[in-house]
Ligand binder design. Structure first.
Ligand code: 5RP
Ligand code: CA
Ligand code: ZN
Length: 220
């Protein structure tokens, strides 16, 4: 669709986009950036305008090279024994990390540094000594995309990494849920579209992304 092509062009320029997954899934709209393009001002926008969790979605091959697990598989506690989600088979959460050059890790500057360093590392996964560059726990939630991307799962994690591939960007993207300031619930697609119009951003439906990108089978 034209909207998906405009979204891919926006990402290539380093601009954020808005992506709604599906009414019968989370029913959420995420503000999405290429990780390499995230500045402290972009982190501020995610805090102030989106309001959800700031997460870095990595492709499967990159996450493997960094030895980043699915969190639900490594939490040795009864809370993780049964991971029933209402909207999907499993969560894409991996570890939380900070770059080692951050101080607390939470400031806009610190999170932007962690995120841009994740992007840089994703351009050379095999050449990265992940544990010497990052520490855990931290303040950026890493998400692991499914190995088959949209063929396996149609979450924001996979939608973002698939769009990165279409834009010829490394598989490192940042996603943050748009919440309604008044109600605290997920921002509706209509409200997200009007935010996109006001801010000059591209809004796209997950279904259009899946249709246009034809369920690519890998992140590289
Ligand atoms: C992390 C989340 C978000 O929903 C994010 O969009 C990634 O999850 P998913 O791939 O399941 O959509 O839970 O804040
Ligand atoms: Ca807000
Ligand atoms: Zn999501």
């Amino acid at each position: 669709s034209a909207a998906v092509d405009r979204a891919v062009d926006a990402l290539r320029r380093g601009d954020p986009i808005l992506v709604h997954d599906a009414a019968d899934r989370e029913g959420e709209v995420d503000l999405i950036y290429p990780a390499a393009a995230v500045t402290p001002e972009a982190v501020a926008r995610m805090r102030n305008d989106a309001g959800g969790l700031v997460c870095a979605a990595l492709g499967d091959r990159v996450a493997d090279a960094f030895e980043l697990p699915y969190l639900q598989e490594v939490i040795d506690h009864p809370v993780a024994a049964d991971h029933d989600l209402g909207y999907d088979e499993r969560s894409s959460f991996s570890l939380t990390v900070n770059h080692r050059d951050t101080y607390t890790g939470i400031t806009d500057e610190d999170r932007a540094l962690t995120i841009t360093e994740l992007a840089a590392a994703a351009t050379d996964p095999e050449g990265t000594d992940f544990a010497s560059e990052f520490r855990a726990p931290g303040h950026v939630h890493v998400l692991r995309a499914a190995p088959g991307l949209l063929a396996d799962r149609e979450g924001h994690t996979e939608l973002a990494v698939a769009l990165a591939g279409a834009a010829d960007l490394p598989p490192a993207m940042v996603v943050c849920e748009m919440l309604d300031d008044d109600t605290g619930t997920a921002l509706t697609p209509a409200a997200a579209r009007s935010y996109a119009d006001r801010e000059g951003l591209v809004y796209v439906e997950g279904s259009a992304v899946v249709e246009r990108l034809g369920r690519p089978v890998s992140d590289d």
